[in-house]
Design a protein around this ligand. Structure first.
Ligand SMILES: Nc1ncnc2c1ncn2[C@@H]1O[C@H](COP(=O)(O)OP(=O)(O)OP(=O)(O)O)[C@@H](O)[C@H]1O
Ligand SMILES: [Mg+2]
Length: 360
């Protein structure tokens, strides 16, 4: 539904150049909620602004719903007719709502309909319909200043739906909201996706947002996508940084000479008693150092950090057994015999003398 090929964006200011996007290949399938996460400055907003051509990419292509937007003429406010029409079919939700304070809620939703050329009566009818869709039918006459943050964002979403878009883009739509309101706005996005058959590309820096609504996710670093896939795929990828951030597990070895392994459970494996099987089959004592269980897209997933006695070489067979059971296994670390005993019990792995074994 959304494809970018080798997308680059270089901002040129008087004295320097900033490469905000450095060869981004993104693929968002129809009907999914796709989350892009990354640190501040990673290029997330640049990506989303290039996807709807608010910003003209320096090179590369953007295709939305089969139409190559980068082939259409114009730029920003001077977009040509075709580009304007294409952009009308892409809804955009902003972090700071961008509502006009002088207009009522109804007036704010009518504005894009005005721009799209709907007549007065039709405009009002459609705006009421959209407000109903986002659960704000009773607030049509209110002014933005009289709304809570969550309600303002609902208006923002209603406005984004004015052009009957197939694609909704959202840049940090919930980062100005408290956790409870965030949940309800995310639920609304998910409901709208189902009801209207939308494809949603959202930018966030909150892993909880990804967990709550995303089918797929990508990690951005320095203008590049370093990982991407469906959430189950990411969880099944050894060494996935996104998986680790989605389900952080802490815990340091209890003593030197032990092997620490991060095990990811997903799909069928969540209900299998694999740990007790492992213990019985190989007669090993297993300590659980940390664990996190959650539900993602209606499915149970979890990660567990366990400790096995002995070195990595001693544990090749038990680790192989876990992999055979369909689990994703990352050797988190091996405690060195010569590691200084720092006495730390928090997750400061490096301080506790952990050696990265590398994802295998
Ligand atoms: N209009 C601009 N002119 C010059 N540089 C820009 C412009 N917009 C963004 N940049 C630079 O491009 C890089 C990526 O910025 P971008 O806003 O895409 O990051 P981001 O991932 O959205 O960050 P944040 O999480 O803080 O919103 C940054 O180094 C930023 O300073
Ligand atoms: Mg940003």
């Amino acid at each position: 539904m959304i494809t970018t090929k080798d997308l680059t964006k270089v901002y040129r200011t008087r004295d320097r150049e900033v490469t905000a996007l450095d060869g981004v290949d993104l693929h968002v399938h129809e009907g999914e909620v796709f989350g892009v996460v990354g640190q501040s400055g990673a290029g997330k907003s640049s990506l989303i602004r290039c996807v709807n051509l608010l910003e003209r990419p320096t090179s590369g292509t953007v295709t939305v719903d089969g139409q190559e937007l980068t082939a259409l003429a114009g730029n920003g406010k001077r977009a040509g007719k075709e580009l304007r029409a294409a952009r009308g079919r892409i809804g955009m939700v902003f972090q700071h709502f961008n509502l006009l304070s002088s207009r009522s809620v109804l007036g704010n939703v009518e504005l894009p309909l005005e721009i799209l050329g709907h007549s007065g009566q039709e405009r009002t009818r459609k705006a009421h319909e959209l407000l109903d869709l986002v659960g704000l039918a009773d607030k049509a006459k209110a002014y933005p200043a009289q709304l809570s943050g969550g309600q303002k964002q609902r208006v923002g979403i209603a406005r984004a739906l004015a052009g009957d878009p197939k694609v909704l883009l959202s840049d940090e739509a919930t980062s100005a909201l408290d956790p409870e309101t965030t949940r309800s706005v995310l639920q609304l996005l998910r409901d709208l996706k189902e009801q209207l058959g939308l494809t949603v590309l959202l930018i966030t820096h909150e892993m909880d947002v990804v967990k709550a609504v995303c089918d797929s996710a990508a990690l951005m670093k320095n203008g590049r996508i370093t990982e991407s896939g469906t959430v189950p795929e990411l969880l099944a990828t050894p060494g996935s940084e996104l998986a680790r951030e989605l389900f952080p597990v802490g815990g340091v070895p209890s003593a030197p000479g032990r092997t620490v392994v991060d095990v990811t459970f997903h799909g069928e494996t969540t209900t299998e008693p694999v740990i007790s099987k492992l213990s019985r089959t190989y007669n090993v004592d297993i300590s659980i150092l940390g664990a996190a269980m959650d539900t993602v897209a209606g499915k149970q997933v979890g990660r567990m950090r366990i400790e096995l006695p002995g070195s990595f070489e001693d544990n090749v067979v038990p680790i192989g057994f876990l992999r055979e059971q369909g689990l994703t296994v990352d050797v988190a670390a091996v405690a060195r015999d010569d590691a200084p005993d720092t006495g730390k019990t928090d997750a400061a792995d490096s301080a506790a003398g952990l050696v990265k074994e590398g994802a295998k």
